[in-house]
Design a protein around this ligand. Structure first.
Ligand code: NAP
Length: 329
């Protein structure tokens, strides 16, 4: 089996899980990134070192993947319809299962929430539009031409080693520091907009489950998120309580709030709250037996504890008070 991009956020967990499940795994990457955590399973992973962009421009990417003669291909790094199309053409009739990593950003604002996979796609950014095009293409290939594709849509990836999306819906670690220290934090609007995280190991579990439930997964897409989205205000309050504090929150209308943040942070926040994802995992639970091990808060808490312990976030001596993977508030 080939995992394209198997050493990043998802691959850190997915590649070892696949080895543990008995698959012979070939990671396809440029060998620039290293997994966030060591795992003995990496010793059994083969590496096909190539640059997808360079190979695609030569028209040879699909052929390079086929050199590894994989029965299954997991594609974690496809962002353009043309990339998906050329890979499908190369792999057609040659693989038993092809699992593409999508994103919940194929959705724009929800109609009914939690959003199900059945809701019409209304992506609101170039990235979401491209991922929705890829999803539509792969599902049509599967349903109309028998190409064995499945699409998984993760939420905001969380895990030890990188900064999680914070309660201000951006990646500025200062928001966590301010909540830990009891400093006032400004949130846009009423803080009722939502974010929907997922632990990268739960995403890895969903990929493994889609292989284990292949026939039911073919031609289908699945949300892969934690059991529940978070409101920004609820998220901020929970983080403060981890440090024994009550959050001090000031609510500001968007146009005022954006002036309190850097242009970059404001853009990232807008990207997240304009969608305010809140996605259902009922389909993945029912069809794939997806059983996420982390709530959104438990996932963030684990990542935050890791960042603080490594000094990557300096809370000035403020310590996390509670512990436990299942912490939900
Ligand atoms: N980040 C999120 O919160 C989020 C949320 C929802 C969905 N997603 C989806 O998740 C997928 C990304 O997964 P991830 O976050 O685990 O990826 P990632 O951490 O960005 O890792 C990218 C992987 O691809 C490899 N790679 C990058 N450029 C390459 C190239 N030109 N040629 C060959 N290999 C290359 C990297 O290794 P080298 O650098 O060594 O090549 C690495 O193994 C995407 O499909 C994205 O749409 C992400």
């Amino acid at each position: 089996m080939a995992v394209i991009g198997g050493t990043g956020h998802i691959g850190t967990y997915l590649t070892p899980r696949l080895v543990d499940a008995g698959y012979a795994v070939i990671n396809v990457s440029r060998s620039v990134r290293k997994p966030y955590q060591p795992h003995p399973a990496w010793a059994q992973v083969e590496h096909l070192i190539l640059d997808r962009d360079a190979e695609e421009s030569l028209g040879s990417f699909g052929a390079r993947i086929l050199e590894a003669t994989p029965d299954v291909v997991i594609d974690l790094t496809c962002y353009h319809l043309a990339s998906a199309q050329s890979l499908v053409e190369a792999l057609r009739g040659r693989v038993g299962h092809f699992v593409h990593c999508g994103t919940i950003w194929v959705h724009g604002p929800g109609i009914e929430v939690p959003i199900t996979e059945e809701q019409p796609r209304k992506p609101i950014s170039d990235y979401g539009i491209r991922k929705a095009e890829i999803e539509a293409y792969l599902l049509a290939e599967a349903r109309e031409r028998g190409f064995p594709a499945t699409v998984l849509h993760p939420g905001h990836l969380v895990g030890p080693g990188w900064i999680p999306l914070n309660p201000g819906a951006n990646f500025n670690p200062q928001v966590f520091v301010d909540l830990a220290k009891g400093n006032e934090v400004a949130l846009p609007n009423f803080g009722r907009e939502t974010v929907h995280h997922v632990h990268a190991d739960d995403v890895a579990q969903a990929f493994v489950q889609s292989l284990a439930n292949r026939s039911a997964a073919l031609g289908e897409s699945f949300h892969v998120v934690s059991p529940a989205a978070l409101t920004l205000v609820g998220y901020a309050g929970s983080v403060a309580r981890w440090f024994g504090r009550e959050a001090r929150i000031r609510f500001l209308p968007w146009d005022e709030w954006r002036g309190t943040a850097s242009e970059r942070d404001a853009q990232v926040t807008w990207d997240h709250i304009a969608r305010s994802p809140n996605c259902s995992i009922e389909k993945a639970r029912r069809v794939l037996n997806y059983q996420p091990q982390y709530s959104s808060l438990a996932a963030v808490r684990e990542a935050l504890a890791d960042l603080i312990s490594r000094g990557a976030i300096d809370t000035g001596g403020e310590k996390l008070l509670q512990s436990g993977k299942s912490t939900s508030s």
